[in-house]
Ligand binder design. Sequence first.
Ligand SMILES: [Zn+2]
Length: 949
Amino acid sequence: MNLRTVCFSLVAVLCACISLSAQIEEKFDFYTRGEYRANVPRPQTILRFDVGDHHTTYAQMEKVIDEIAKAAPDRVKVFDIGLTSELRMQHLVAISSPANIARLDEIKALNAKLTDPRTTSAAEANSITQNNPLIAWLAYTIHGNESASFEAMMQVAYQLAASNEPRTLEILNNTVVLILTGENPDGHERFVTWYNSIATGNADRNAYEHREPWSIQGRYNHFRFDLNRDNASATQVETKNMQKAFFEWNPQVVVDHHGQPSQFHFPPAALPINPNLPQPVTNKWLDTFGRANAASFDANKWDYYVRDIFDLFYVGYWDSFPSLNGATGMTYETDGGGFKGRRWTRDDGTIVTLRSAIAKHYVASMTTLETAANNRLARLQDYAAFRRNGMEEAKTERMKRIVIDPASDRVKAAELIEILQRMKIEVSVTNSGYMSTHAHAYEKNSPVTTRACNSSCFVIDLNQPQKRLIKALLEPDTPQDESFLREEIAKFKRNEMRGKSASKEDYRFYDITAWSLPLAFGLDAFWSEDGGPISATSVTPQILASMKAGGVSGKAQIAYIIPYDTDGAGAMAIRLLQAGHRVSVTNKQLTAGGRTFERGSFVIRMSRNTEAVHEAVNRIASETGTMVVAVNNGYNDSGDTGVGSESIQPMQAPKIAMIADEMVDQTSYGSIWWTLDRYGIDFTPMTLASARGSVLSKYNVLIMPDGAAGRYFSSLGAGGVTGLKSWINNGGTLITVRGASVFAALKDVGLTSSKLVGSDDDDEKGKTADDDADKRKIAEAKPSPTPRGTPSSDGAAEPVASPEPKTDKQDWQAPVLPPIASPSANAGKVPEGIPGAIMRATVDRTTYLTYGIKSDELPVLLSSGYFFRYSKEGTNALVFDAKPKRPLTVSGFAWEGNTERLLKGTAYLIDEPTGSGHVILFAEEPFFRGIFRSTTRPFFNSILFSGVF
Ligand SMILES: [Zn+2]
């Protein structure tokens, strides 16, 4: 072959490539499904750009929907469902036939009757299912930067409002379509404003438009929560808005539209599937919708996948949660837009465009609605059966009743009940004590015992329509599919045998495996096999309001005392100090005003404060739900410690800084931010570069949220670490969380005398609490000191815009299982990361960090392989017992032969006194997703007692 021929061949190949690209890039026509009513405006006429040529802002979208609704009032009705954190309005747009729109309230009311088999007979339900339209809920852009779904939504709305196509009219006659125009408006606005401002439509993966900065990250809402995890406890205002609308409309088909993977995904979902979902009916419907979508995609020659990756186990997603309410809940993932921008080069050189990704969502949405319309009756009948069958299950299952004792924190208990009531779960409160002889402690596999609740306790009977959701949220442990577990354990064993450089098999755990709300909140609870009648009253808003109320017993002459009975008490002390008032803490039991107060109670002495303190105490007590005792006599009738004693130690005002920077995990930062915000505690977010020298000296508490240990170190540098140490030596308190705690334990950092189990500098590597004899030096096992959110190397896997999640639900998970690929020589010496289980921590009740905790054990989340050896020089305030009498795993999945064996004798919470200051290490996030709250008091104590002890 001569040179000329080669050139020709190259040109031919190039031409073929170009024509292939051109074929893929062929513009999808969104307007083939007419006739269209001429008076209804197309989105483009309002937006002034073609589909996919630009990203639409939230306000522009509102204009589009508004104009369409105005032009088509016979088919369209817009409902405002509530404001976001940044005061954008969320909308639910009902679109249906004129006849249905005219009787929307009646349709809604009849549909709601299907949710209560106690008041709606089977015959009545049957009549409703025969005659009522199906309710289909299509929600878009919960991850605000998955932008194709936002654009697709407007095309779906237009098609339904404007088209007289027979298939579209069939949808309108048989269904009420509810379009949730934006699940996460704040995150979406951050993303599109940024993207539009810098984008060139460049398909080159290295282009800046594919690297969303830390402060943008439109995936998350204002407080950097992942709203597609928030249904479990509805912490965010957007979730509250959406749940309120959801339980008003009670849809039978729910689709949540996303966009991250390489190909389109629709159900059937991957294993594991939450066992509280009924089978085979759940899978039957997922298969029905999956096959219909497949037919549409095949007709368009579009790639897609089913079953792989996206599971249905964790309760907080917007597919599993609707499913646990009787809907067919589904996640659809398109393949372009978002971090891929308007154009993105795939692995094989072809281009995926924003427009093509919009087209796929549009087609999937329309196919779903057609399928829903075609299956209207059968889907409605299964929906009506969902709660009736759930109540039937309750008759034969052992778990009849869940009892929650509010004694350890009445406010937190009331908050939990509010969460449940928003989900239409009925709760009562006992009129007197309650005892069960067939009770079970709140942990997996607990035997029958006798348990009593001596005060007013919350009771949730399973014998009610929401039985399946109740179990999914509250049961102490949710079992996973056994075949799924067998496969993962087999992988673990194979991985253990592989050498250090060999690649390892990935695990398929998608999310945490434990979230049981009473455990996550740290409340005392038990469940019972007794389902008989009890003396109890339905919980009303008034009952909850009185439980959450704070107040002061009078105007104090001598002192106010705040018993540490609620999390809010700690917050109140912080707020009083931050407002310039003088607050002390008693480190011994205190007697005052004829009462005794436990160690850790806060004392506000009049002698040290101005008159202004009275108003502040009243106001903050009310805002934080704290009960404050006024003391008018300084003489203690008994005991050594009174209000004037030496054991009453003054505290300094916490001046808090928190790192907000590239190495920090967004959701970790967000959950701490949200917690401090809701308790009214002031802090200053700052970059790591700012937190130095004279700036740092203005603060006495520095919080480092979870993040990449290596990046914390490389950003600070040796000089920065030295500066940090000198600030701590001078009295600063450094609080490190998870990956930041790994940073603190790095050999070159040395902020703690604790070592990471299995790390190179772990002198006791290979040694377990069971195995004191094993003193061999093991070479080279290397637990990755790099936690989740660490960027992969540029241009590696497809979603290169790290620290972006690799797939949708994987934001925290992919790198979280610290791969800890043990060489066979180290099998069993290094902890394998766990996806998220609740573990039993033992409380050292003699240290200030645990002030306010009245129990000897605390359930804590663990979702890594980061186990910390006991600090040799500090205090180990929360530990995993070296010789536990019961398993450490309270709920969820742990690696047999690895997790518990290596976890024994390690610490969850460490106080490392350093000079005049402290380093306080949390092994895990104290407020994970806002769901976990059992370690709120230790976290507040870390802030409060700097400079005191
Ligand atoms: Zn998503």
